[in-house]
Ligand binder design. Sequence first.
Ligand code: ADP
Length: 404
Amino acid sequence: MSSEKNILVLNCGSSSLKFAVINSTTAETVISGLAERLGSNKATIAIKYNGEKQVVKLTENNQHLGAIEYLVSDLHTKNLSNSLTAVGHRVVHGGEVFTSSVIVTEHVINEIIRTSGLAPLHNPANLVGIQAAQKSFPTLPQVVVFDTAFHQTMPQHAYMYAIDRDLYTGKGLRRYGFHGTSHYFVSQEAAKHLKQSPAETSVITVHLGNGCSICAIENGQSVDTSMGLTPAEGLVMGTRSGDVDPGLIIYLMNQFNYSGQQIDDLLNKQSGLLGLSKMSNDCRTLEEAVFGDDKKLKEQAKLALDVFCYRVAKYIASYTVALSHLDAIVFTGGIGENSDYIRAQVISQLSILNIKLAKDLNEKARFGAFGEIQAPDSQFKVLVIPTNEEWVIAQDAARLSESK
Ligand code: ADP
């Protein structure tokens, strides 16, 4: 059994549950895993413990609650539940109410329910996680960490859409931003690396995973980010289009009778790398095709990655507008941490800003490597920093539960 101060971190996605037990003093991950395809007859739960991975099919109770109940009984069996001191939950949308992590109270639950309309796939799943954990661990403090909270420092000119302002005041339609925990974590790590105070560090953080977003951070605070009201705005993603002309939606509705659901599916599930390549939403698969022999696949994969990289470069250049100085550009997320190809394609389009990579350093930065990859004569530093959202959640949960 691992020592005291263990935090159970729960991250309920729309059809998945990521979890970990993290020691908040040593940062050791005691147990971790993923339940996938929840709600379907293919639901599974995979648990990694002591270097071994066990995968179990969730046959009867295959919803989020079933996965959490399985996890809780596994923690009991492994004698780990007694070591828990708090539970930390990732909640996707905190609206304008939550600017930082909080201890769960009835008021907090009601506010998360109130914000659910803005994240209908995620907030209800997050709530299931909170309620299941309250039931299983009634004496433990529950803490929620919001994806949107870090971006609540954005100035109004960055978060307002140029639409009738009554839609903001009356219905909360504005840009909120997501991936806040990741942008916050890597910006703090960047400040540490640069031996500067976070309050004096300005960076552009580029989170490229299945979901992708970019953030301008001025003296430690988010001042702009590419995701908006929902996580669909901004960069090209695995299956999401990112920015499109709003006229495209109207055109599809008026000319081709697309329903709201069809447009939602198109822009969120069938677009991005998958839609452009007609092959895969997975960056690795597309890179393999670009360097493979099949001419047609090569062309399709290359186009998808070209659009992806051009959009990232365009956002990086545009975010220099939001900052008074720039200490570094930081790549993170599965693609940002591992793909030297994508980083090279992005940075090569920023030569007008005199940002350059060192080829050898860029090629070496992968699989958890941390460090600088710019050329000696680059005007700005370029860093690769692995993200760790679970660690931020564990730390916030430990801090808030101790001060309770
Ligand atoms: P999520 O947003 O679901 O947390 P990740 O941050 O794990 O996703 O990122 C997943 C993406 O990272 C996938 O597109 C995957 O292909 C990409 N990726 C992971 N390893 C590599 C690699 N070595 N080279 C290129 N892309 C990679």
